[in-house]
Design a protein around this ligand. Structure first.
Ligand code: GAR
Length: 209
């Protein structure tokens, strides 16, 4: 069974999910703490949020490397230097390569109910499709785009006047709470993966998350 005390969180933008994890891990009983924050670009709010609470940060830009494979290797090496038990991709808008995926469990969060609306525009795509219910998904990352085993999901209503920003904010309010809950439970109770089924804690059957 895996446990998840040391977290490296990857971000590409505002980092409100990161902030929720930073806030939760201020309490030692949470069971996990953010030991570093990585990004694929400079100057984003997510990095500032980490710096504000003295959490180390690193930036690895694809454009600074000759090939994508070089970037994958450099990113994995940076992550490894912080010896994480779990990597959390919290609004990191890059597909992670084998060097990271093979070395660490990676938890990813997505603003739609997978397998519907994977990819970079989950909220926009759900709105365009006219769904009345969408939500968020916390999953383990694999080599595909939002295809890994699902850990938890929560539904969020789509309201008639919603635009992408309004709907995304409603989803993110739920998403932050769900991510904090799942990361904490994984850290405290451990987890197992069997095929596509993820179980948190020592559940002998029946109950699943
Ligand atoms: C979150 O809604 C996350 O699910 C999404 O980016 C947002 C980041 O918000 N990720 C994806 O769409 C990945 N496919 P934040 O920077 O405020 O945490």
């Amino acid at each position: 069974m895996s446990k998840a005390g040391r977290l490296v969180v990857l971000v590409s933008g505002s980092g409100t999910n990161l902030q929720a994890l930073l806030d939760a891990s201020a309490d030692p009983s949470y069971g996990a703490r953010v030991v570093a924050v990585g990004a694929d670009r400079d100057g984003i709010e997510g990095l500032a949020r980490a710096a504000k609470v003295d959490v180390p940060t690193f930036v690895e830009k694809v454009g600074d490397h000759a090939t994508r494979a070089d970037w994958d290797a450099a990113l994995a090496a940076k992550i490894a230097s912080y010896e994480p038990d779990l990597v959390v991709s919290a609004g990191f808008m890059k597909i992670l390569g084998a060097p990271t995926l093979d070395a660490f469990p990676v938890l990813n969060t997505h603003p739609a109910l997978l397998p519907s609306f994977p990819g970079a525009h989950g909220v926009r795509d759900a709105l365009a499709h006219g769904v009345k219910v969408t939500g968020c998904t916390v999953m383990l990352a694999d080599a595909g785009i939002d295809t890994g085993p699902i850990v938890a999901q929560e539904a969020v209503p789509v309201l008639p006047e919603d635009d992408e920003a309004v709907l995304h904010e409603r989803i993110k309010t739920v998403e932050r709470r769900l991510l904090v809950d799942i990361v904490g439970r994984m850290a405290r109770e451990g987890w197992t993966v069997s095929g596509r089924t993820v179980r948190i804690g020592n559940q002998s059957g029946g109950e699943s998350t």
